[in-house]
Ligand binder design. Structure first.
Ligand SMILES: Nc1ncnc2c1ncn2[C@@H]1O[C@H](COP(=O)(O)OP(=O)(O)O)[C@@H](O)[C@H]1O
Ligand SMILES: [Mg+2]
Length: 274
């Protein structure tokens, strides 16, 4: 079992976390520890518990049993007020982006800044940070548009800007490439890697596309070239990526890419194929 006191570098620790909806088991005795700077990729069939796991991590859903520690704080017993402060350190891209349809792109991206427990910046500063976050995903020209005017891939990029506008040390991306064509999907993953490699963001990615994980585990964003580059040597160690495969709320695999690809378990190996 992971020991939360073992390292001060732990960002997320789950200890025997279980969650049920009536008879349905969403999470079943889930344990793992994510350290600062790491990338974790969660794979698994629809309904295997990936989204609920993200929501528990953010304190949006309370588990029935077990302990969850985020940035060294045990959140399972915290009240809403304390959760606010912890949540402000986590950026989240929700499944399907979950943008507010009636708000402009600027208002959407400003939302996490406007709704922090303590407002750190004034109007003008908020505007500047929104523009900067949108520039990061190359969408600074869409400020005054509404989500319905953008393509699916662009909306996903707005979702990334909204998730990262507060410069969170931890970002969770729930199915960032779902429903996108392969080229657009790779583009989205490049922005997620860019966020990780330029800002040092600990990154959690839920996906059903193994290629998304392979990209995070083998490429880094090179600022000078402005694109992803194959990682070797020290770089490869720095893009330290762990894969998890979930089934019926349980972790059935946890390890590096090489082990996932070597797995002979029929369910697990299905997710370790390109
Ligand atoms: N609000 C809910 N009420 C009842 N069951 C739910 C609810 N949300 C999720 N579940 C169930 O919990 C399990 C895990 O769901 P989820 O985390 O959304 O899976 P995934 O993201 O891997 O597709 C599924 O069996 C799902 O049907
Ligand atoms: Mg899901």
């Amino acid at each position: 079992m992971p020991d939360p006191s073992a390292t001060h570098d732990s960002v997320v620790v789950f200890e025997d976390v279980s969650l049920h909806f009536g008879e349905t088991v969403a999470l079943d005795q889930v344990s793992f520890r994510i350290d600062r700077g790491q990338t974790w990729v969660f794979l698994g069939e629809a309904g295997s518990g990936k989204t609920q796991l993200c929501k528990v991590m953010m304190g949006l859903v309370r588990p029935d049993s077990g302990r969850v520690t985020i940035f060294g704080e045990e959140i399972t017993s915290k009240g809403e007020r304390d959760m606010f402060a912890i949540r402000s350190k986590i950026g989240m891209l929700f499944q399907e982006s979950a943008l507010f349809d009636s708000m402009t792109i600027e208002e959407n991206v400003a939302y996490p800044l406007e709704n922090q427990p303590v407002r750190h910046c004034g109007r003008e500063q908020i505007h500047d940070r929104v523009v900067e976050a949108l520039r990061f995903v190359e969408l600074e020209k869409t400020l005054d548009k509404v989500p319905s005017e953008l393509s699916g891939g662009m909306r996903r990029r707005v979702g990334i800007a909204r998730a990262t506008v507060t410069a969170p040390p931890l970002a969770i991306y729930d199915s960032p490439t779902a429903g996108l064509d392969p080229i657009t999907a790779n583009n989205i993953m490049a922005f997620i890697a860019k966020q990780r490699d330029l800002k040092g963001t600990t990154s959690i990615i839920v996906s059903h596309r193994y290629q998304d994980g392979v990209l995070m585990a083998n490429y880094y964003y090179d600022e000078a070239q402005g694109r992803l580059v194959a990682a070797t040597g020290d770089r490869l160690a720095a893009v330290d990526t762990t894969f998890v495969v979930m089934r019926d709320g349980r972790i059935v695999f946890l390890g590096p890419q090489t082990e996932l690809e070597a797995s002979t378990d029929p369910y697990v190996s299905k997710f370790g194929r390109r």
